[in-house]
Design a binder for this molecule. Sequence first.
Ligand code: IPM
Ligand code: MG
Length: 359
Amino acid sequence: MKKTVVLLPGDGIGPEISAEVLKVLDAVKGQFEIDIAIEEDVIGGCSIDACGVPLSDKTLAKCKAADAVLMGAVGGPKWDDIDPTLRPEKGLLKMRYEMGLYANLRPAILYPQLAGASSLRPELVADLDILIVRELTGGIYFGEPRGIRTLSSGERQGYNTFVYAESEIERIGRTAFEMAMKRGKKLCSVDKANVLEVTVLWREVMQGLASDYPEVALSHMYVDNAAMQLVKQPKQFDVIVTGNMFGDILSDAAAMLTGSIGMLPSASLNRERRGLYEPVHGSAPDIAGQGLANPLAMILSAAMMLRYSLDQDEAALAIEEAVARVLDQGLRSADIYSEGCRRASTAEIGDAVVAALIG
Ligand code: IPM
Ligand code: MG
């Protein structure tokens, strides 16, 4: 059956890594006889330039109708001083919210070939394989009221609201328990229940779910301790489930354990398992357009898309194996370069993945 994918390259390094993903998707389409129609559109800064908003209703409608959305990255200094309600990031947040993409899966896997690129000693990160399940459409990112107001004293005050309803906690909790069942059966729920009531409720709901998944060992950790444990003894974790903001922060930390944020893909899924797939890294405007970007996180995001939204497990695995082979060959973009390896441009890495796929 024909599947439709909307490709949103976005800003900064987005377009150049997207070009490599297109090559890889073309190769798997041929090899596995997958019928995918890919349609390109705009999001973020380039959408602001083209139509005045970071995500137009027309593009959103197209994304909602597609089987999957594949995105590069959004944002850059050009749009830093813009009206905050129109920032490039707002396009991404709108898409997550409007498509109901509440479950954000962020695997942090250390490729053995990159053990030397981690900021931690190799023995602390060898075979690291963590999955962060981040709630993506609620919490302080979306809570109302929010804004900047002027107090009677004349001083301005910024405010946001950290809220979670039981149903929101339950659905992300179930996703995390189900993921844990398919992996090491260990789930750590991260909260700040010693201070924030919203996360007291979070902990209660997680505890309530545990009896439905008796095989999964559930533990709880405060977010500050979780940040410390991630850099102290990361291999104690299997699956981590947490709210939107804590997940944003912890997933950057986990990413760095694997050598580079340039390696990490993500999937954001809704109830129907339709999804948005994007690298965890940002638009890296400082290196954009120079062939320096690592396309592997977005290539691995395309693999996740094939697995979770397009039912193409075999093709997904083939891409992941091809990426491992390219690392075996010693090809490295600047972010994962270490001595004895060969520096490669964005396009060289994309070509090598294609060659490994069809070779
Ligand atoms: C992420 C990013 C986004 C977030 C930004 C770009 C809005 O940091 O996906 O982790 O905060 O969720
Ligand atoms: Mg982030």
